[in-house]
Structures are given as C-alpha cells and as structure tokens.
Design a binder for this molecule. Structure first.
Ligand SMILES: [Zn+2]
Length: 517
C-alpha cells in the first residue's frame, strides 16, 4: 500500500495539551454558488457550522487570487505579498538564473524554499508537535505532509471505512469525472488518520472545485463537488467529537479565491507583437520534466519583455530596459518615465496606455510618478493611488473611475479597514489595498494586468486541455470575495460582513496561543 509504507504514520511526537486548529481550504469557492446551495439546503454541514460559529460573508483573498500563494495569510496572519513570492508564477529580476519562478508542476517544491524565513507560519510555530497537511505545498515546517495528486485517484487506500460515515450523496458517480469525488474521499480518509494523532495544526485542501472549474467551467459537477465536500467535512467533525477533540479544536472553512467562467482566451504576446512589434516570452504553464528552475537569463536575449500568467485572469509584464546592455537590461524595474515613453522599432509608445486600449484587458496597473500607482480601466479611466506616512491609502481619479468606487471615497486618505468597509459591496472589494500591497513589492512586474469578465489571458496554454473554461487571479468580486466559516470551541455565533484572509490567520494563531477552557 502506498501510504502504509510512509514512516510518518508510526513516528511519535510530544503530546499536544493546548488548543488545536483544522483549516479546510475549498480551492476556488464561488461565493454566489455557495450562497444559493446553502439557501437550497444542500450544504447541511456548513449550515450547522454557521449556526454555531462565525460566518464571514466576504472573506477577502490575496492578489493575485491564486492557489498556494493565497494560503499564506491563513498560516501566518500576514498578507501574501509579505511571503517573498508573488503568486504561483513570477519573474525574479534579482537572480543570476532561474528568474522565472514557476511553482506549477514538479517545481512546486521551490515554493517553500522561496518563502521568506523571517515570518513563521503555524506549522513552524507548533514544532516539535505533530502537524499535518493534505494537498498543499504551502506548508513549510509541517511534520507530516501528504499529497495525493491526481495519479492516486483510483488508488485503493486502507480503511475505506469512511464510506460508513458518508450519508447518501446523490451526486456521486452521476457526472463526467467521478474521479474528483473519489479523490476527495480518499484524501479525507488519510486526513482522518492524521486527525487520530491530534495534530496541533491540520491543513486539508479540497482541490477539486478549482480543477473542475478550470476545465469545465461552472457545471453541475462543480456544485456536486461542493455537496460532496460538505459531507466530508461532516465526517471529519463527527470524528473530532468521537476522538474527544471538540473542546480544543477550532475548525475553519476558507478559500483561496472564487471562480469566473471564461469563453474567450487571449494570446497576449501575439496581440502585443501585432500592436507594437514588441516581443514577449510567455512563461510556460507547467514544469513536468525537472524540479529545477535554472534557465539562464540569456535565454530571453531575443525578447523585449517577459509575460507571466497567474490563474489565467491576471498577468505580469516585465520589460527589458532598452537603454541597457543585455547583461543588465533585465535587472531592474523600469522607471515610469521610460515605461510611458518606451522606444520600439515603430516609434515611442506609452505602454500602459497602449495596453488599456485592448478591450479584453480590464485593469492595467503600473508604477506612476512620485511613488504613486496608476490604474487604468480602458482608455477613458485612469486613477492614481498613493499612501501617506500613517499607512492610509488615497484613490485619486485623474479621469473616469477605473475601480468604479463611489464618489464618497475619492480623493481622501482612508485606512485599510475603512477601505474594507466602504468597498465591500463594490465590483472590486478591497482591491485598492491589494493593488498597493502587490505593487509596492520590488519583484512585481512593470505592468500588472487583469482580464475583462469572460476573458482569460492564456490562449492555448494548458497541458491536455489547451484553453480553460474558468479561472481566477484578478480582482473582480466573484474571485476576490469568498465565504469563510469558523467555529471556536465555546465561541458565540455571529455573522460578519467582511474580513481579510490575513485577519483570519490572526484569529487562527490567537486560538492556538490561548489556553483551552
Ligand atoms: Zn486555488
């Protein structure tokens, strides 16, 4: 048997006497489908968690709204841009080689290596106690890490007794890819074995809703998977009680991002070449041959820029400095003066402005003058954002209103929590803060792009399927806002309108550090 030979099962750890936590991450949870399925009574376990715990209607994700990267705030209490990486894919100008950091495929192990050592996560904080994770590679310091992947879908694990616990799930087997259902069931089986060892921190990812949405869009399979996951969480909670852990174990159900269906796939590099003559290398989607990231910078000598895709609805454009010799040309971010007067064979262009004229792109974000950030939404809308010494952020529309924010928040410095409050119901909730956090990191591209609704930025990009039917990565509300539900032993029920994912991480850490009642 595959996992019975895993020596981790037999390893012993000092017993945990204090509080414990389990985080269930439903990858790619649609807020609107969650709500409608909940109302229809098809998520009974989550509903009963809501009745006794806290329901956060708008949990705010990291930007880019990405798998793995977006898990970081839950395990650290810090925004994901503090992690040292900037998504599942980014371009690190500071390296000698391997500049394109791509954690998709065999190179996923590089993620934990690239993450900063200066912030400790809940796995590291819990050492030397037993901690466990299922299907995440954002788990630096975890004691027991299991990844079932897709190849194990049909594997038969020991102790299939989980089926005893499952109430009738009417959707099982009725859809095109029942393997997603079996895969989640098998992963839960392993999670229950880990639970029996009373992990101080237990992280369980349900990857299938995200995977199903990418390939098929929002179909009946997607909602079927939500019902299935609901019942698996129910099995886990029953087991927590059976093991007598309910007095100490906090349970959080969270997500890394929502989903957005697409029916149009843009070949960005091809479009840019036709429009401007500029050649950009599109960083490839997945590394299957080698876990190494070591391509030399000279590989990109023939290109003017490097285009990085995240979640397929967001992209980073890193431009080469055309005024520098090739060995230093990629080394630094371009000053806004150069980006807005970029020399091409066809003459000088204002690059962000040219990009804003592509009707398939929504937000075009770049560094502006005097440390400000420029946000364009089509050629008619431009705003600048700025931060004062107190950390308050300003939204200053130059023309139009790219983030569609109400006039009451224009031209006034507001704190992060005020921005959360005042933009929760908008099309881009809290996006202004997420944009500032990302753009103030030196490793970010010269231009950050998001696609319009229904468009993705990755024409013919994916292995096997070529074009995706759904994605994430951008800042629209259906991908930036997701539900969170958490229940703390002895806690009171409540409903919150909005909360950031880093705040959720703080609550998890606080629970771990409190003495049980
Ligand atoms: Zn995800």
């Amino acid at each position: 048997m595959l996992f019975s030979s895993d020596p981790e099962w037999d390893k012993s750890y000092p017993p945990v006497s204090g509080n414990t936590v389990t985080v269930f991450l439903i990858d790619g949870l649609s807020g609107s489908l969650f709500e409608s399925e909940m109302k229809a009574g098809r998520l009974p376990v989550l509903r009963s968690m809501m009745a006794t715990g806290t329901y956060v209607k708008n949990g705010i994700c990291s930007f880019p709204t990405m798998t793995g990267y977006g898990y970081y705030p839950f395990i650290t209490g810090k925004d994901a841009t503090e992690s040292g990486i900037l998504g599942l894919r980014w371009f690190d100008r500071s390296r000698q080689g391997g500049n394109f950091r791509n954690y998709v495929g065999r190179t996923n192990l590089n993620m934990n290596d690239d993450i900063t050592d200066t912030i400790r996560n809940v796995f590291e904080m819990s050492q030397p106690h037993y901690t466990a994770s299922i299907n995440t590679f954002m788990n630096k310091g975890v004691a027991h890490n299991i990844k079932t992947g897709w190849s194990h879908t049909t594997a038969k694990y020991e102790g299939r007794g989980i089926f005893r616990w499952l109430r009738a799930v009417p959707v099982l087997g009725r859809y095109m890819a029942p393997d997603h259902f079996e895969h989640e069931t098998n992963a839960m089986d392993l999670a229950l074995r880990q639970l029996a060892k009373n992990p101080r921190v237990h992280w369980v990812t349900f990857p299938s809703p995200d995977a199903a949405n990418h390939v098929f869009g929002t179909t009946a399979m997607y909602t079927g998977l939500l019902h299935h996951i609901d019942s698996l969480i129910g099995v886990y909670i029953s087991e927590t009680r059976r093991l007598g852990q309910q007095q100490t174990r906090m349970i959080a159900v969270v997500s890394d991002h929502g989903i957005s269906d697409v029916d149009d796939n843009l070949d960005f590099s091809k479009w840019l070449a036709a429009e401007t003559g500029l050649l950009t290398e599109r960083g490839k989607s997945v590394h299957i041959l080698s876990p190494e990231l070591d391509a030399p910078l000279s590989d990109y000598d023939g290109f003017d820029g490097f285009f990085v895709i995240n979640g397929n609805l967001a992209g980073y454009l890193y431009m080469k400095d055309p005024l520098q010799p090739s060995h230093t040309a990629w080394r630094h971010n371009l000053p806004p003066e150069l980006l807005e007067a970029y020399p091409t064979a066809r003459g000088t262009i204002n690059l962000p402005e040219v990009l804003s004229k592509n009707p398939k792109l929504e937000l075009v974000i770049s560094r502006g003058k005097s440390g400000r950030i420029s946000i364009r939404n089509g050629p008619e809308n431009l705003a600048e954002i700025d931060m004062d010494a107190a950390g308050r952020i300003l939204y200053h529309p130059v023309c139009g209103n790219p983030l569609l924010y109400p006039e009451t928040v224009h031209d006034t410095f507001l704190s992060k929590s005020e921005w959360l409050d005042k933009t929760l119901d908008s099309e881009f909730p809290y996006a202004i803060v997420r944009i500032w956090q990302l753009m103030s990191k030196p490793g970010i591209g010269d231009v950050v792009l998001t696609s319009r609704k229904g468009v993705d930025l990755a024409y013919d990009y994916e292995m096997f399927v070529g074009n995706y039917k759904g994605g994430h990565g951008g800042l629209r509300r259906e991908i930036l806002s997701v539900p969170f539900i958490y229940s703390i032993p002895g806690g009171k029920p409540g409903v919150l309108n909005g909360m950031t994912n880093e705040r959720m991480g703080e609550i998890i850490i606080r629970h771990l550090n409190e003495r049980p009642e």
